[in-house]
Structure formats: structure tokens, C-alpha cells
Design a protein around this ligand. Structure first.
Ligand code: TYD
Length: 131
């Protein structure tokens, strides 16, 4: 998989009468999930993230609210994603510097390719830039 984020628009199954369901499975999953975590009640003036991962790959969904995700790749490409619908999934490959801002009601769901390991983090931008 190229070291580039990718926004995946997943089909919404259902209708406004009964509600919707979205699913990613099989070949549409870019890695085998080994961890799921979620974040919530983030005040909207707080910027989270500000790190990269050496090996971790992630799929991110705003299951509620709105999340702005800014990404910079190792080659310096910058992109910004407004996650404002639960049918949008953002794939973040390894070695991407990311920052996130949340609406207060936002709930971020992350499906990750590895278990938590602090050694996988690059927390200083200077270290990310010189890797
Ligand atoms: P972190 O990934 O640094 O989140 P953010 O960049 O949004 O602040 O995680 C915040 C804290 O939670 C940090 O102390 C590590 C801990 N943590 C775990 O223990 N397990 C996990 O799976 C994750 C994602 C974080």
C-alpha cells in the first residue's frame, strides 16, 4: 500500500425511514485489524494527534459529529479531510504526521493494524522530518 492517505466512501445501506448501516470487510480492509479504540468528549479548541507512526496503519471513522484531520506524508504532501458522515472512512498509512480537531459531540472510531506500542510513535515533528 502506497504511503498516502485515502478517503473511502462506503455505501450506506438502508433509508431515512429505517436508518443506515455501512460495512468494510474482506478485500476492502487494507490490513488485518488488531486493535479498536474510540475517542469522545474532546473539547473543540483542543488539537489532538501531532504524531506519526512508524508501522501502524489505521482506518478512522467519525461515527458522530465532525472531525477535521490534517495529514502530512513523509514526502511532504499535505491533505485535509473533513469527516462529517459515518459513511466516510479515512485510511492512514504508516509514516503520516496527523493533527485532529473535533466537534464536542464527535466520536472517533479507529481500527488499527497493531496493538498499542509507544515505541511505534514519532512524537516530535523534527524526528518525523528527518526519518
Ligand atoms: P495518543 O495516541 O497520544 O492520542 P492523541 O495523539 O490523540 O493524544 O494517546 C493518548 C494516550 O492514550 C497516550 O498516553 C497513550 C494512550 N493510549 C493507549 O494506552 N492505548 C491506545 O490504544 C491508544 C491509542 C492510546
Amino acid at each position: 500500500m502506497a504511503l498516502r492517505p485515502k478517503l473511502i466512501e462506503v455505501q450506506s445501506i438502508g433509508s431515512s425511514e429505517i436508518g443506515y448501516l455501512s460495512v468494510l470487510q474482506g478485500e476492502y480492509l487494507p490490513f488485518k485489524p488488531l486493535r479498536i479504540y474510540w475517542t469522545y468528549f474532546t473539547p473543540n479548541h483542543v488539537e489532538r494527534g501531532a504524531h506519526a507512526h512508524r508501522q501502524l496503519e489505521q482506518l478512522i471513522v467519525a461515527v458522530a459529529g465532525e472531525i477535521k484531520i490534517k495529514i502530512e506524508t513523509r514526502s511532504g504532501e499535505k491533505s485535509e479531510y473533513i469527516m462529517d458522515n459515518p459513511s466516510k472512512v479515512l485510511y492512514i498509512p504508516r509514516m503520516c504526521w496527523r493533527t485532529l480537531e473535533f466537534s464536542h459531540d464527535a466520536v472517533l472510531l479507529c481500527v488499527a493494524s497493531m496493538e498499542y506500542n509507544e515505541e511505534d510513535y514519532i512524537r516530535k515533528y523534527e524526528d518525523f522530518n528527518k526519518q
